[in-house]
Design a binder for this molecule. Structure first.
Ligand code: ADP
Length: 370
């Protein structure tokens, strides 16, 4: 039997509809209060980039009142040289994904360029169709200035340290030759250790310098032709000094000429080798392998060290990322080596990959075109 036509059922329906409306109104008032009290600019727009809402912080950050912006195109606050970004963002959002903490620049009403971090999500209707976009913009100008100051400091300090350290290494090398000539095994051993530590410091300083260049967008490559045998000879000699107690093997291919930035590729190799040494025990094997395929050369470093958990493997190449576990407690580092390796290889059109099993060891490899 259908009761819906009865007068009692109608009254019941009406009162539950009213209750639902009241809940919806309360929710929307609460959301409006949250949006208005947010420190971040919260802006919504339709798929044509026309602004449909503009909160108080958007007014504070960009200088325009909501009456000046609603109905206007979002391009009003996008610098001309960044208009293409909006198209890229739209295509990402159309595929249903969101854009998280995208750092860029925007322009205020007074024409001032400011640094912002944007998080943009698609707004969908009940049928699941994208009907608009919501954008949260955070003013990060102060954070960027602070980063720039730190970056400048690191660049200057590293540069100033590089010259005296290179001289120290030369003096140590001269003293080492003398100790060898005098068959003074004790002094020779001490000087070998001093040379190894100096080399570690030089690699660190090069990493710092490169990191600051990268952050400033100033890392450029200096391409030249050089021999694979030459660069591998250098890295094996470095291995002998850095890790006399490890067994380092090299299985190479025929000598060939590489066309790349020699200094940067040498830094990639140094970082991979020093990690293989740092994260494995003395006496274990580190194998460096070069395999020549069709038009490409694969270089890999395999160690029998502590290995890396699959969860950490996904983050290894992020700036400052270091694995946190018991084994890492006494191993120091800055977490920039692999980030640089990855960025340098990207600039060469290549990428670094890792295969690793905790407790067994790791292999890091990359491919260069030949
Ligand atoms: P750092 O060695 O200074 O911490 P890296 O960027 O070179 O910085 O490496 C990031 C992290 O990746 C390290 O902290 C370490 O946890 C892990 N890692 C790198 N190479 C290896 C390796 N060969 N074996 C095990 N863990 C490694």
């Amino acid at each position: 039997m259908d009761f819906t036509n009865e007068p009692g059922a109608n009254i019941q329906q009406q009162s539950s509809l009213q209750a639902a409306l009241q809940i919806a109104e309360e929710r929307s008032a609460m959301l409006a209060a949250i949006v208005d009290s947010s420190d971040d600019a919260i802006i919504s727009k339709n798929l044509d980039g026309i602004i449909t809402s503009w909160n108080l912080s958007a007014q504070r950050i960009f200088g325009y009142r909501s009456e000046e912006m609603i109905g206007e195109s979002i391009t009003k606050i996008i610098p001309e040289d960044r208009l293409q970004e909006e198209l890229k963002i739209l295509s990402i959002l159309r595929s249903g994904q969101r854009v998280d903490h995208f750092e860029t620049k925007r322009i205020t009403k007074l024409g001032k360029l400011i640094d912002v971090s944007l998080t943009i999500s698609p707004v969908k209707n009940t049928a699941g169709n994208i009907i608009g976009l919501s954008k949260i913009a955070r003013d990060i100008t102060d954070k960027k200035l602070e980063e720039q100051r730190k970056n400048d400091f690191i660049a200057i300090a590293s540069h100033e340290l590089k010259t005296p350290l290179t001289s120290v290494r030369s003096y140590v090398q001269l003293a080492l030759i003398r100790a060898k000539n005098h068959s003074d095994a004790f002094t020779e051993d001490l000087l070998c250790r001093a040379e190894s530590q100096t080399m570690r410091m030089i690699t660190m300083i090069h990493d710092f310098l490169d990191l600051s260049r990268l952050e400033d967008g100033k890392m450029s490559l200096n391409f030249s032709r050089f021999s694979l045998r030459g660069i591998m000879g250098d890295i094996l000699a470095e291995g002998k000094i850095l890790a006399p107690a490890h067994v380092i093997t090299y299985s190479g291919c025929a000598d060939l000429e590489l066309y790349a930035d020699r200094e940067k590729i040498s830094q990639v190799l140094s970082n991979l080798l020093s990690n293989a040494i740092k994260y494995s025990l003395e006496g274990t094997l580190i194998s460096i392998e070069c395999i020549l395929g069709q038009g490409e050369l694969k270089i890999s470093f395999t160690d029998q060290g502590i290995g890396i958990d699959p969860i950490d493997q996904q983050h290894l190449f992020e700036r400052f990322y270091r694995v946190r576990n018991e084994q890492m407690k006494n191993i120091s580092g800055f977490g920039i080596g692999l980030h640089l390796v990855s960025e340098i290889l990207k600039l060469h059109g290549s990428e670094i990959s890792v295969m690793s099993e905790p407790g067994k060891g790791s292999t890091f490899s990359f491919i260069l075109q030949v």
